[in-house]
Design a protein around this ligand. Structure first.
Ligand code: DAH
Length: 344
């Protein structure tokens, strides 16, 4: 206000420079106000303060213009017009700046590239199971299923595992009331299949099995097995070895070697442990068990052991999957961490 008085009463070049200095300051302050406005209300407040028709600062400066002598008015007027245009442009710019993100949020900008939803995929264990079904399908094996809640007959008795056998220990099994239990092996499905159909048989069964093992990098209280069973006239151990070798080559690669070690299972005679070695490595890794179906098992399901022979095998799915993908901790397969799963 002090300056206005000075300007209004002054004559000569100095007065003119003072007035122009105020216009410069007005332009700078107005631009800053529009630039700093963070929302529509702030833009509107800046508009009223600087561009307001009645009490705006630009309006006040315009009033001053009228009081100037003719020569000063011409120079001041030119500068005034430039400042008004600059502030109107700053006002437009502030409004556009605030509108732009709002439009994008509303999804109105049809020129933006579309948002691609991230696609999920099958769990590595499911992928492994599907590949096994595929490989054995090519050898003529179909898929059979059995319940995870089993009875003791299918889990032990029919498999020639006598009542006093250590595999039946309550510490090694999840028993349920009523003579039932969570199956400890997929060999149960052998029994269910043979009960339901006459020979020949060529099936695999894939599924969960349960054992109260302490969890560590290689053990879990729940894991998956693949069971195979082939029964017909004249099936031999050579057929077993051929099928397992062809399977290992298909799933793990051409350079996989397979070896049988003598072993014992109540439901096979003879029994073997199946080891695999690959990529020229030195170590043999145990993948599961196998053997020729014990005559007692055939008798339990009503097959005639003088008529047919058969082989059976059981392999750990986790082991196969971990081998194939270089996974070193079984727990990774159950934690469902998307950063892990996305790699397969
Ligand atoms: N059931 C056995 C296990 O859980 C694996 C097994 C061994 C399955 C020999 C078989 C077999 O069919 O013939 O360790």
């Amino acid at each position: 206000m002090v300056r206005e008085t000075e300007m209004g009463s002054a004559t000569g070049p100095d007065a003119r420079i003072d007035g122009l200095g105020e216009l410069d300051a007005l332009e700078a302050a107005g631009r800053a106000a529009f630039a700093a406005a963070a929302d529509a209300a702030a833009v509107e407040a800046a508009r009223v303060e600087y561009l307001g028709q009645k009490h705006g600062k630009l309006r006040a400066a315009q009033e001053r213009l009228k009081q100037l002598p003719a020569e000063a008015r011409r120079v001041y007027g030119q500068r005034f017009n430039a400042v008004r245009e600059a502030l109107e442009a700053a006002h437009r710019a502030a409004r556009e700046r605030l509108e732009r993100p709002a439009r994008a949020e509303a999804g109105v900008d049809v020129t933006l590239p579309g948002r691609r939803p991230r696609l999920g995929h099958l769990h590595p264990l499911t992928q492994t199971a599907n590949e096994l079904i595929d490989v054995f399908g090519r050898f003529g094996f179909s898929v059979a299923r059995g319940p995870e809640v089993e009875d003791v007959f299918h889990n032990f008795e029919a498999l020639n595992i006598p009542p006093a056998h250590p595999a039946r220990d309550p510490l090694d099994n999840f028993y349920l009331p009523g003579g039932r239990m969570l199956r400890s092996q997929t060999s149960t499905v052998q029994i269910r299949v043979m009960e339901s159909q006459p020979p020949p048989v060529r099936v695999i069964a894939i599924g969960r099995v349960y054992r109260p093992d302490a969890v560590d990098a290689t053990h879990s209280f729940m894991f998956h097995q693949i069971e195979g069973l082939m029964v017909d006239r004249g099936v031999t151990m050579a057929d077993l070895k051929t099928v397992l070798r062809l399977f290992a080559e298909s799933y793990l690669g051409r350079d996989v070697k397979i070896r049988f070690r003598p072993s014992f299972f109540p439901f096979t005679e003879p029994s073997v442990e199946v080891d695999m070695q690959w990529h020229g490595g030195e170590r043999w890794v145990e993948m599961g068990g196998a053997g020729m179906v014990d005559p007692n098992v055939f008798r339990a399901v009503g097959y005639d052991p003088e008529e047919v022979t058969g082989f059976a095998f059981g392999l750990g799915i986790e082991r196969l999957c971990m081998r194939r993908h270089g996974i070193d901790d079984i727990r990774l397969l159950y934690q469902n961490d998307a950063r892990f799963l996305a790699q397969f």
